[in-house]
Write a protein that binds this ligand. Structure first.
Ligand code: 5GP
Ligand code: MG
Ligand code: MG
Length: 185
């Protein structure tokens, strides 16, 4: 549907679904229902994590609540600088809650480490991260991630929530973008 903009399918729809089942089982074990902290609070990072967040919530066999946050990191459109601004903050106080950040992708890890510091200062009972994708550079920044869906090569990917210039989020799979789309060779 995007012509030949997609160079290859890196992770298929079925592979994503299987992985989410796996992650959901692990998350449900980590947060038994009926905890004194109340329902697990999923914090989705807009917009990239939308499908991962909603698919994960549907497969989790424990009660969860959902909050969303939007942050923008300054930098070029294909890499981030670590300077982060909150575009949309959480609607609710997270003090005393079990909070699970749901992320689309960790590249440099700068966005996430900033977000972890910011949310930690609000005194949640616990704070953990699941990310669907992780790139090799992430290993240079020390961020503790509870579960990583897929470790992927250092290529720019789109689909399943991930965009380039707001396009391609609606693809049901994760693919690599032909460099011609962003002006490469
Ligand atoms: P980091 O701060 O970890 O370097 O960057 C994280 C953010 O950069 C992600 O939330 C995402 O918005 C963007 N990003 C990093 N790598 C990719 C990629 O391969 N594809 C897309 N679409 N966005 C990416
Ligand atoms: Mg993200
Ligand atoms: Mg983006």
């Amino acid at each position: 549907m995007y012509g030949d903009d997609i160079a290859s399918v890196l992770i298929s729809e079925d592979q994503i679904a299987e992985k989410i089942d796996e992650i959901a089982d692990l998350v449900a074990k980590r947060y038994p229902a009926g905890a004194p902290e109340g329902d697990l609070l999923l914090v989705g990072v807009l917009k990239g994590a939308i499908f991962f967040m909603t698919d994960l919530a549907k497969r989790l066999q424990i009660p969860t609540q959902m909050e969303f946050m939007a942050v923008s990191s300054y930098g070029s459109s294909t890499s981030s600088s670590g300077v982060v601004r909150i575009m949309k903050d959480l609607d609710k106080d997270i003090a005393g809650r079990n909070v699970l950040i749901v992320e689309d992708i960790i590249d440099s890890g700068l966005t996430l480490s900033w977000l972890l510091r910011n949310l930690k200062s609000r005194n949640p009972a616990s704070l953990e991260v699941v990310t669907l994708l992780r790139k090799p550079d992430a290993l240079r920044t020390q961020v503790d991630v509870m579960h990583v869906g897929f470790d992927i090569p250092n290529e720019f990917v789109v689909g399943y929530g991930l965009d380039y210039a707001e396009r391609y989020r609606d693809l049901p799979y994760i693919g690599t973008l032909d460099p011609k789309v962003y002006g490469g060779k």
